[in-house]
Design a protein around this ligand. Structure first.
Ligand SMILES: NC(=O)C1=CN([C@@H]2O[C@H](COP(=O)(O)OP(=O)(O)OC[C@H]3O[C@@H](n4cnc5c(N)ncnc54)[C@H](O)[C@@H]3O)[C@@H](O)[C@H]2O)C=CC1
Ligand SMILES: N[C@@H](CC=O)C(=O)O
Ligand code: NA
Length: 428
């Protein structure tokens, strides 16, 4: 058997500990599959003495992850600290400069710096792999870069943030309001240190931008992702959507349109009988559509110690096997910047608003919609109070631009209280 592949692991939190446990528990199986043993030689974390449930006494310790990344006894630098900049980026750059391959779970770093890091690594003949960064344990990067490599990808879609899916499905099943369920998720330890990364759609947007780059052969462009979080979703919306046969999901969609690359991460209505509609709790689902293969649905754990470490280890094993794929599925230097197109593809929309109880109010709304070329598919009034009547409208297909123009027009009529809620109904 060949020499061991030596790993330097920076970050011994949820994922880092999971990686050490797999290395300890599956050493023989991995060596057989990789054709050589895999060993951790050195580690780095904030606290050396913390009890993590794994023995690190036989491993070299480095306080500074940059020093770890450049050690002579490290072949692969495994970055599991997190953060888009700071030590994660500095250590990854140092590892590449020192001639190491890199495996990371860090979607934030790659969404912001993936192109530059990939170009640097590839110019130096090294690889950066990141299966764990998108949908955790689901092998979606492998599916795109390997299994579907002969396809023109038509659309990539998915629920990629488990915390948001937990919050939305828990609101649905319990009837509890957003704030209560958000606090529950916090107590369960689901939320990122900055919860806005989860509920603001940012974490999921990072993941979508990485998938879009691989799927469409373009440079990662997180800034072009149209982002909308779940913070404004009310129990009323969840119940009204359910009444019409839909579920609300924080859904990511990337597709190449005639006007450019559309990347959206936003709450959408999807049919409750669809695989995405049926997705419960903290689970992730990614739907890939290729011209030759048709539709593929991947479902599984997008986070957690075991699932995320499983994906990290799969990348490390590929490196041990001598598999040297480009970071984004084709040489990074040749990737082109995509023209961004926001919501170019028309769709039906769900619109909920509180209408003043004034004669002709509904007619004014219908006129504004008509003036913007939007026709109404369904409409209902419910829960009438003394002063306002909630109104629900489902439009026929329209563009987001036309809808936004109509919403501005409604403002001027003076018959709508507050800003209407507008959610896209996605064809999945
Ligand atoms: N936890 C999960 O289920 C998933 C995590 N990820 C990603 O994996 C990475 C790690 O996540 P977790 O393990 O959850 O984080 P964590 O917060 O549990 O652990 C982070 C580790 O990095 C260490 N660290 C942070 N800054 C450091 C520094 N300057 N020097 C040395 N060590 C430092 C901390 O001491 C800690 O050991 C992140 O990029 C995260 O986004 C990706 C998918 C799922
Ligand atoms: N906060 C993320 C963790 C994994 O990426 C999530 O909830 O999915
Ligand atoms: Na994955």
């Amino acid at each position: 058997m060949s020499d061991p592949l030596r790993l330097g692991i920076a970050g011994l939190g949820t994922v880092g500990v999971g990686v050490l446990k797999i290395l300890r528990d599956q050493a023989d199986l991995i060596a057989a599959r990789a054709g050589r043993p895999l060993v951790a030689t050195a580690v780095s974390a904030r606290s050396r003495d913390k009890d993590r449930g794994v023995d690190i006494s036989g491993l070299a310790w480095e306080d500074d992850p940059v020093t770890l990344a450049t050690r002579d006894d490290v072949d692969v630098f495994v970055e599991l600290m997190g953060g888009s900049d700071g030590p994660a980026k500095a250590a990854t750059e140092a590892a590449i400069a020192a001639g190491k391959d890199v495996v990371t779970a860090n979607k934030a770093m790659l969404a912001h710096h993936g192109q530059a890091l990939a170009e640097a690594a590839e110019a130096a003949g090294h690889v950066i792999r990141f299966e764990a960064a998108v949908a955790g344990g689901i092998p979606v990067i492998k599916a795109l870069t390997e299994g579907l490599s002969a396809n023109r990808v038509l659309r990539v879609m998915g629920v990629m943030n488990g915390t948001c899916n937990y919050i939305l499905t828990r609101m649905q099943s319990s009837g509890l309001p957003y704030q209560t369920v958000f606090e529950e998720a916090d107590k369960l330890g689901f939320l990122e240190a900055d919860p806005e990364l989860d509920v603001g759609g940012i974490d999921a947007g990072h993941k979508l931008s990485l998938l879009a780059s691989i799927a469409f052969g373009t440079r990662v462009d997180f800034a072009a992702v149209q982002l909308e979080g779940i913070g404004n979703i009310t129990i009323e919306d969840i119940e009204q959507a359910a009444d019409m046969g839909y579920r609300i999901k924080l859904l990511g969609v990337a597709q190449m349109t005639g006007r450019g690359l559309e990347q959206r991460m936003q709450p959408c209505l999807v049919p409750d009988s669809s695989p995405l509609g049926q997705l419960e709790g903290g689970t992730n689902m990614v739907v890939l559509e290729g011209d030759a293969v048709g539709q593929i649905v991947l479902r599984g754990a997008g986070a957690g110690e075991g699932p995320t470490a499983s994906a990290v280890m799969a990348d490390v094993i590929d490196i041990a096997r001598g598999i040297r794929l480009s970071t984004f599925g084709q040489p990074a230097a040749g990737l082109l910047a995509a023209r961004g197109a926001s919501s170019a593809v028309p769709a039906p929309y769900y619109l909920r608003m509180a209408l003043m109880d004034k004669p002709g109010a509904l007619a004014k709304i219908a006129t504004v919609l008509g003036d913007n070329g939007i026709s109404i598919d369904r409409m209902r009034q419910y829960g009438h109070t003394d002063t306002a009547a909630p109104v629900l409208i489902v439009t026929h297909k329209t563009t987001r631009a036309a809808l936004d123009a109509a919403i501005s027009g409604m403002d001027v009529t003076g018959v709508v209280a507050g800003r209407p809620v507008a959610l896209r109904i996605e064809q999945v």
